[in-house]
Write a protein that binds this ligand. Structure first.
Ligand code: COA
Length: 260
């Protein structure tokens, strides 16, 4: 029964006990809609319980990882309610008992960057570009990044990435600890598959227990923070600064925050 193909622009395939989950919407730079979050959540949940899957491998089709949450969907279907799709996906990822590898090429914006802090091994292309645009969209961080980033990289680097919100490259992403390896763009998938294959051949129970132990100190706090973040995010998204930012994106102009 393993996972529908191409449904909701998340495509999956199972090879050698590695479940590849692809953001597959290249005309929109793999921007993620609610349907896609739910499909990705299902893939991760099923990977967790299916003995045929030993490793999950995230990637993006068409040269980019993902341009982050679909901004049109933000307006049509904001992440409100107890567990909006984006939170369901992130919780499944944070709780995934099996190793998760990510292969990043091109753009990794918003959740495309924050989800990397939940993965166990990240390979990125030397020309990959990362961005945490939350403040520039009039909102605040998600994906547990407000908790994970300062722990991972210290306050000054986390503040720079989350407050200044500039585009940054693989060198910086590697320096702050988001990546495990940086390789030429065409080597990203082979390098990620190599690591995933190694992990797939290891003792699965020992691996799962090791992962759980690594996360034991912070998983409960992380789940609380992700929930707090997404609720505050939805509130801010409804506010005037986000309206200006999203309006500017739709009208293909720069936002003007001078009036606030
Ligand atoms: N949501 C919805 N549509 C998006 C998108 C997103 N996050 N990112 C890209 N797209 C769409 C563009 O609107 C465009 O659609 P069109 O062809 O119908 O006009 C198409 O994808 C191609 O993107 P384009 O902007 O032309 O490519 P680019 O290379 O010039 O710029 C980005 C790429 C990612 C820098 C730019 O699209 C962008 O800033 N996107 C928004 C990123 C973002 O803020 N994500 C939210 C994270 S919380």
């Amino acid at each position: 029964t393993l996972l529908n193909k191409g449904k909701f622009m998340i495509s999956t395939s199972l090879d050698n006990r590695i479940l590849s989950v692809s953001f597959d919407r290249s005309d929109k730079k793999n921007a993620i809609t609610n349907d896609m979050y739910l499909a990705a959540e299902q893939a991760v949940l099923e990977a967790g319980v299916n003995a045929e899957v030993r490793v999950v491998l995230f990637k993006g089709e068409g040269g980019n990882f993902t341009s982050g949450n679909d901004l049109v969907d933000f307006l049509k279907n904001p992440p409100t309610g107890g567990e909006p799709p984006v939170l369901k996906f992130l919780l499944a990822l944070a709780r995934c008992p099996k190793p998760v590898v990510a292969a990043v090429t091109g753009l990794a914006v918003g959740i495309g960057t924050t989800m990397l802090a939940h993965c166990d091994y990240v390979v990125a292309a030397e020309d990959a570009r990362f961005k945490l645009p939350f403040v520039d969209l009039g909102v605040w961080p998600e994906g547990g990044s407000s908790l994970l980033f300062p722990n991972l990289m210290g306050h000054s680097q986390a503040a720079e990435l989350l407050m200044l919100a500039d585009v940054f490259g693989s060198e910086k992403a590697n320096k702050v600890g988001l990546l495990n390896a940086v390789v030429a763009s065409e080597e990203v998938i082979p390098a990620a598959v190599k690591v995933a294959t190694k992990l797939a051949n290891k003792a699965p129970n020992a691996l799962a227990k090791t992962k759980a132990l690594i996360k034991k100190t912070y998983l409960a706090d992380l789940e609380l923070r992700m929930t707090e973040e997404i609720h505050g995010f939805a509130e801010l998204l409804n506010g005037p600064e986000a309206k200006e930012a999203l309006g500017a994106f739709m009208e293909k102009r720069a936002p003007d925050f001078s009036k606030f």
